[in-house]
Write a protein that binds this ligand. Structure first.
Ligand code: MN
Length: 290
């Protein structure tokens, strides 16, 4: 198989705050103006690079807000996030865990630092991805997959490294999340000196974030907090760890449909966005206490 060609290695864009609890670098779509469909089915990626939050009694975060037409996927590396939504689901996303929330026809939710973490303070590092849904699934019933670290597929490497399979499959190990369209999503936690390869379909939009450490990707140096964007050319990515490293890999089959995006809504047409706003204003997304 041919090498998957690197398009660009992107350093983290200047961060902004989401509420008062998330200090994020937006790699796409807006951070580098990559366009709404460039990473489809992944629409948005906010990366909260490691930052120390001071102790606080009232947890920082984002208050009640709606979503429709897509899924939010939250991956916790450090710190803890508490979550509540209008369908009655709630939980804590702890270090190593993944929350895969299908907003689909519409939910309200809120995302805050977990209370004990907030009181203690400390390092905080997260990713939130927005995964688009095809038109036929946008108005399906909301769903919630709370995936703890022990539930992730694990492919063990030499020297104690592991590839955690969040979605899809890696060398026969299946991912924990169910997805609407074909998606590969992994956390590779690898030791210094480890070499490994990933084979991902040529037509899948593919990227890799260096969450921790430093690696060479196809022999190019990629430092921590950089996002490697691949062309739709070739299949094989080779990685060598120059330090103990954590890599987040995403690859998915593009959804070839028009995108109409406005704030927390991700639909196909402008009319559907207006409908979403109207339904939200009429209280059709349910109720959630602040
Ligand atoms: Mn949200």
């Amino acid at each position: 198989m041919a090498t998957k060609i690197i398009q660009q290695i992107l350093p983290p864009p200047a961060p902004h705050m989401v509420g008062d609890g998330f200090r994020v670098h937006n790699f796409f779509p807006s951070g580098y103006n990559l366009g709404n469909n460039r990473m489809s089915p992944f629409f948005m990626m906010d990366y909260n690079s490691k930052v120390d939050f001071s102790p606080r009694e009232n947890p920082r975060g984002v208050g009640v807000h709606p979503h429709r037409g897509f899924e939010t996927v939250t991956i916790a590396y450090q710190g803890k996030v508490a979550h509540h939504d209008s369908t009655g689901n709630s939980g804590v996303i702890s270090e190593g865990d993944v929350q895969w929330m299908t907003a689909a026809s519409g939910i309200l939710h809120k995302e805050y630092h977990e209370e004990e973490f907030s009181k203690k303070g400390g390092p905080f590092q997260m990713i939130q991805l927005w995964v688009n849904l095809p038109a036929k699934d946008k108005m399906s019933k909301p769903k919630y997959q709370a995936i703890t670290n022990d539930q992730l597929g694990k492919y063990h490497l030499d020297k104690g490294g592991v590839v955690e399979v969040i979605a899809g499959e890696f060398k026969g190990v299946k991912g924990a999340a169910s997805t609407f369209t074909p998606i590969e999503m992994y956390n590779a936690k690898i030791k210094k000196g480890t070499a490994l390869t990933f084979d991902l379909p040529e037509n899948f939009n593919t990227g890799m974030l260096v969450v921790e450490g430093a690696v060479k990707v196809n022999r190019e140096k990629a430092p921590a907090d950089n996002f490697i964007l691949f062309k739709n050319e070739g299949e094989t990515i080779s990685v060598e760890a120059d330090e103990n490293s954590v890599l987040f890999i995403i690859s998915g089959e593009p959804i070839n449909e028009p995108i109409a995006a406005y704030g927390p809504f991700l639909m196909n047409t402008h009319e559907e966005l207006e409908q979403a706003l109207e339904d939200f204003n009429k209280g059709k997304f349910g109720y959630l206490e602040d």
